[in-house]
Ligand binder design. Structure first.
Ligand SMILES: *[C@@H]1O[C@H](CO)[C@@H](O)[C@H](O)[C@H]1NC(C)=O
Length: 509
């Protein structure tokens, strides 16, 4: 089966990483509602539509006066509105405690919700930037500019790149090219990623010459902020020219060689899908000392592994998610697609010179992942149970056994629904165990997903999955004996035909 980065783990990590996010030092003494003399426009159902018709670009905050995050945002929002007035970019507010219908019609579920309106006819987009005045201003200015800048001189080209705070993605499109579909794709990508990148398109002869662009094929380049102009990335010549390839190129190449991971940057690393190598440091000096070494390795492994530093004094607990001990510094690689973790042995003192050989072995598949696992049950323990107890180290062997039908219950010890299901599950397992004709066809198993790594996406407990010779199937039905048996194709033989067999112990209701 395809491994998934577990949702549960993902949100857990995000929660850890956001502990020190800028939103925590909340100043909730500010009013959420803008003052009467500010540039923020208060909208109601009466004037909402006409206002959107008249104004080409509006950021709207749907809020409630009592909401803490709205109060934090209050002064920042007001300041941004004042700064954006002269550019004809409007900031508006809708009080959802008074405008229930209006808020409902925009699908507002939480406060504040910030949405960008470009006229009344197009779907509003979510604002996903920081909630600080400077961030709002630059985000909205970007929204007001075309998604792609058409550049016609080499001087402008260099100037844009040198002054951009974001990575710059460049399309060099020779005029002779007939098939312009890739150009359309480029513009579409730019539209969707404009908040995080600057996009440039050019057909300028000097640039074509400088970057050795063939007349028959466009070229795609990426420049990272604060790096030398000569140090850019180029989409490989033989790469396919389609949306996925271009997007992947942009996501991968835009990352700094050795960036810092925080609540804000975490998601983009996860989305990049490439294995993520962490260096946890507890003292900034440790990071400085290793920076050259890792930056050089990162150049070599660009596109194969991303490298980040993590401040263990803030987010050290994240080590646990990566199956490492909270002993720093440490170096660990998380293969995000397979959700496997590979760390440098913590039994020995950490030495930076072990990183390079470790990476080589990782790339050639010569290191074993660190799997979180309870001990494998002994034969004796196993023989006493009808439900087979799986652990991190044995899970794969069972679910990949295509000769059997294996039903696995993923549970957490604290979960009430799991406790309720337990006797039913036990009964099913016992029935099968006692059924000589079928006992070798089925495995009824469970695993404590809090104590073991399970490479399965689990969005709630209990999760039941059936593995067989076809794709795994997640069980969605009622949690009673008959339904479960039916799900795995097991026929419960009526009691009268099984007189020779013992009744399974069960209190009659
Ligand atoms: C590329 O596509 C955009 C958006 O459709 C269009 O405005 C532009 O003229 C195209 N450029 C070329 C060189 O075809």
């Amino acid at each position: 089966m395809k491994f998934e980065w577990s949702l549960k783990e993902f949100s857990k990590v995000l929660a850890i990483l956001s502990i020190l996010s800028p939103f925590v030092n909340a100043d909730e003494s500010n009013p959420a509602i803008a003052s009467a003399d500010s540039a923020v426009v208060k909208l109601t159902s009466k004037d909402f539509e006409s206002f959107m018709k008249e104004n080409p670009l509006v950021l709207t905050e749907f809020f409630a006066p009592w909401c803490g995050h709205c109060k934090n945002l209050g002064p920042e929002y007001q300041e941004a509105a004042d700064k954006l007035v002269e550019r004809n970019i409007k900031l508006a507010q809708v009080d959802c405690t008074e405008e229930k219908d209006l808020c409902q019609s925009h699908g507002i579920r939480g406060y504040p919700s910030l949405k960008i309106f470009k006229g009344i006819d197009s779907e509003p987009e979510d604002y996903v930037g920081d909630r600080k005045s400077a961030a709002i201003v630059s985000y909205m200015i970007k929204q007001s500019l075309p998604a792609v800048l058409d550049v016609n001189s080499n001087d402008d080209f260099t100037e844009f790149i040198e002054n951009s705070d974001d990575p710059v993605v460049v399309q060099v499109l020779p005029t002779k090219i007939k098939d312009k579909s890739i150009n359309e794709t480029f513009y579409n990508i730019a539209e969707s990623l404009r908040n995080k990148f600057t996009f440039i398109s050019t057909s300028n002869d000097e640039i074509i010459k400088n970057y050795k662009v063939e007349s028959s094929k466009p070229k795609y380049l990426l420049f990272r902020p604060n790096e030398e102009l000569s140090h850019y990335s180029e989409l490989p010549k033989d790469a396919k020219l389609d949306e996925d390839t271009l997007k992947e190129f942009i996501q991968t190449e835009s990352k700094p060689l050795f960036g810092e991971i925080t609540g804000n940057t975490f998601q983009s690393y996860v989305e990049a899908k490439v294995p993520l190598a962490y260096y946890f440091y507890s003292d900034p000096k440790e990071k400085e000392e290793i920076s050259n070494l890792i930056t050089n390795l990162a150049k070599e492994y660009r596109g194969k592994i991303n490298f980040v530093a993590l401040d263990a004094s803030k987010y050290g607990a994240h080590a646990n998610n990566l199956n490492m001990k909270e002993e720093f510094p440490l170096f660990v690689i998380h293969d995000i697609e397979k959700n496997l973790k590979y760390g440098i042995d913590q039994e020995k003192n950490f030495e930076s010179k072990s990183i390079e050989p470790f990476l080589k072995k990782f790339i050639s598949g010569k290191i074993e992942p660190i799997v979180k696992s309870e001990p494998i049950p002994t034969k004796e323990e196993a023989s006493q149970q009808a439900v087979v107890k799986l652990v991190g180290k044995t899970h794969e062997d069972y679910v990949n056994d295509k000769k059997k039908i294996t039903l696995v219950k993923y549970y957490a010890p604290w979960c009430g629904h799991c406790k309720k299901l337990a006797p039913v599950f036990e009964e099913l397992a016992q029935l099968i165990k006692d059924d000589d004709a079928n006992k070798d066809k089925y495995v009824i198993a469970d695993i404590d997903a809090t104590l073991n790594d399970v490479p399965v996406e689990i969005s709630g407990y209990p999760t039941l999955i059936m593995y067989s010779d076809s794709e795994p199937v997640v069980y969605k039905g009622a949690r009673d004996l008959e339904s479960l048996a039916k799900f795995i194709g097991y026929e419960i033989v009526p009691k009268s035909e099984t007189e020779s067999k013992k009744d399974s112990p069960r209190d009659e209701l």
